[in-house]
Design a protein around this ligand. Structure first.
Ligand code: DQA
Length: 139
């Protein structure tokens, strides 16, 4: 199968920022672990801090032949109607992911404006949130 893992704003700082929340591994290390876990699949990775670039990537993914998209939009999750509309505009299913348990954190993180247009949401399992999200497409 073929998947696209998209990380949004500040996720490039994983392993550097708030290690108590997001762990000590860098995003490259996490991506390598995901790829190793799903050796038989083709997994592409993309990260951007820019909302419009994330929307463009989601739009173009519609033509990429992916079986699913895993999206950790970072803080954009909580307020980006543009990313919400980009997800709604494509047929490819998207699973929303968060490494931390956003519901156990500050109140502003409890609200996601993208969940409604995603197939499902996985949060709180650190890097394994991505692995669980990819697994969900195989059920
Ligand atoms: C996050 C949770 C968001 O609230 C936060 O802004 C992030 C990371 C997570 O993976 O837990 O940047 O999406």
């Amino acid at each position: 199968m073929k998947f696209l893992v998209i990380n949004g704003v500040n996720l490039n700082m994983t392993g550097v920022r708030e290690k108590d929340v997001y762990g000590a591994k860098t995003l490259d290390e996490i991506n390598a672990e995901i790829a190793a876990h799903f050796k038989a699949d083709k997994i592409e990775f993309y990260q951007s801090n820019i909302e419009g670039e994330l929307c463009a990537k989601i739009q173009s993914a519609a033509k990429g032949g992916y079986d699913g998209i895993v999206l950790n939009a970072g803080a954009f999750t909580h307020y980006s109607y543009a990313i919400r509309d980009a997800i709604a505009a494509i047929q490819t299913p998207v699973v929303e992911v968060h490494m931390s348990n956003v519901h156990a954190r500050e109140e502003f993180r409890h609200k996601s404006v993208i969940s409604e247009v995603c197939r499902g949401v996985i949060c709180g399992f650190n890097k394994n949130s991505y692995i669980l999200a990819i697994e969900s497409f195989k059920l």
